[in-house]
Write a protein that binds this ligand. Structure first.
Ligand SMILES: C[S@@+](CC[C@H](N)C(=O)[O-])C[C@H]1O[C@@H](n2cnc3c(N)ncnc32)[C@H](O)[C@@H]1O
Length: 389
């Protein structure tokens, strides 16, 4: 194990943290990390909105339900898995991580052993030779389902059936295995093609009492315990009424919209990733939610069209780290929803967008930071905006 958790002050130590770049707050007591995050959001939003106390975790370790590892070899030719040293393609071996799920760590250990014994060579991007490139493990903590995605540089999978048999024998908790083909020169982990080689090709998890299907390429929040608190706070702050039309923009697999649907008249979800939209549609069915519709496309393009002749009472938006864009924000101002709940994993782009909404007649009432990513520099933040009278 590369790290240690000290119960007294909830500090973690990690021997690879300098090279891995994942956790910037090792050797810092957890409460102190929360104060630093709180300070960052408070200062960013100074003069714009009051910042509530950050919501931290009780036991802030092993929270990641998704583990990604690049595959390589060390000097002795032994298989290693780990993260890329920042800005390079040099793999820093990681044999255990304090913020990742322990069962996933064990599966990675078994995979290293099996890659070695099946003589699978790591894929080399330059020579286009070798086989195995990355491993992605996703777990449904509530359902105990586990998906292993093996990213390979070629379709041909030597000794596939024997490998699957050995993996399932060593790790009976694995419920599905997907081969993803990625032979492109890219920093993206996943390629475009998935081949389901065992099980159903997706996992399910329960979040806010609803069941969600999660495919290999779909976004799903990595810290479920904290996400439940985040969604609850966001939906409460939205102040949704029974006749309201709610837009869930950048909706992923529909988690927020489906959770909010029971309070609303109808919900519209919009998402760019077609696989996530497919999941969202299935998720509405699984949970017997009838008052929600999902659309595939760019949220900005969608809202430009929507603003021509349709209204929304509440808009919940949760864009990627880069934030939203002008087309979306301008149309949002035109639609005039009563409240906008802006969820973001990057408060620096969020404040930029919030200032544009303020110019368009909204007032940012408050911020609510949540620690979804303990010990890392990242912060999730809700900003609640109401339309001026
Ligand atoms: C931070 S995730 C939030 C997903 C979801 N709200 C949740 O909590 O699980 C952002 C989502 O926006 C999607 N996305 C990225 N760019 C987009 C765009 N231009 N238009 C619509 N959706 C986009 C991503 O595919 C991803 O599913």
């Amino acid at each position: 194990m590369s790290g240690k958790y000290i119960e007294e002050d909830k500090t973690i130590t990690c021997s690879v943290s300098n090279d891995c770049g994942g956790c910037c707050y090792t050797k810092v007591p957890y409460d102190k990390t929360l104060s630093l995050k709180q300070k960052h959001v408070t200062e960013l939003f100074r003069g714009v909105a009051e910042c509530e106390k950050i919501t931290g975790m009780y036991r802030p370790v092993c929270y990641r339900n998704k583990v990604h590892a690049a595959v390589g070899t060390n000097r002795d030719g032994r298989i290693i898995t780990g993260t890329y040293k920042e800005g390079t393609h040099k793999i820093i071996p990681v044999d255990g991580c304090m913020i990742e799920d322990a069962q996933s760590e064990n599966i990675l250990k078994e995979l290293r052993r099996l890659f070695q014994s099946f003589k699978y060579q790591p894929y080399n991007e330059d020579t286009k030779r070798g086989f195995i490139r990355h491993v992605l493990i996703r777990r449904g903590f509530s359902t105990d389902e586990t998906m292993v995605v093996l990213v390979t540089g070629q379709v041909q999978f030597p000794s596939k059936n024997a490998f699957i048999k050995e993996l399932l024998k060593a790790c009976p908790s694995v419920t599905t295995i997907v081969q993803n083909i990625n032979n492109m020169s890219t920093s993206m982990v996943l390629g475009k093609r998935n081949i389901v080689i065992y099980g159903k090709g997706y996992i399910e998890d329960v979040l806010c009492s609803n069941r969600f299907r999660i495919s290999p390429d779909s976004f799903y929040q990595i810290n479920v315990k904290q996400t439940e608190k985040l969604y609850k706070a966001a939906i409460k702050a939205a102040g949704i009424n029974k006749n309201d039309t709610v837009v869930d923009a950048y909706c992923g697999i529909g988690t927020i919209g489906i959770t909010a649907a029971k309070y609303a008249g109808n919900v519209i979800g919009i998402e760019l990733n077609p696989k996530a939209v497919e999941d969202a549609q299935v998720n509405a069915q699984i949970n017997n939610i009838k008052n929600i519709r999902f659309f595939e496309g760019d949220a900005g393009d969608f809202l430009v069209e929507y603003a021509r002749n349709k209204k929304a009472d509440v808009v919940i938006m949760d864009p990627p780290r880069s934030g939203s864009d002008e087309a979306f924000l301008k149309s949002l101002i035109k639609i005039k929803p009563r409240s906008i709940v802006y969820i973001s994993c990057n408060p620096d782009t969020q404040i930029r967008d919030v200032k544009i909404l303020e110019k368009g007649g909204y007032k940012a009432e408050k911020c609510m930071p949540f620690d979804l990513f303990p010990y890392t520099e990242h912060i999730e933040n809700i900003c609640v905006l109401k339309r001026g009278k």
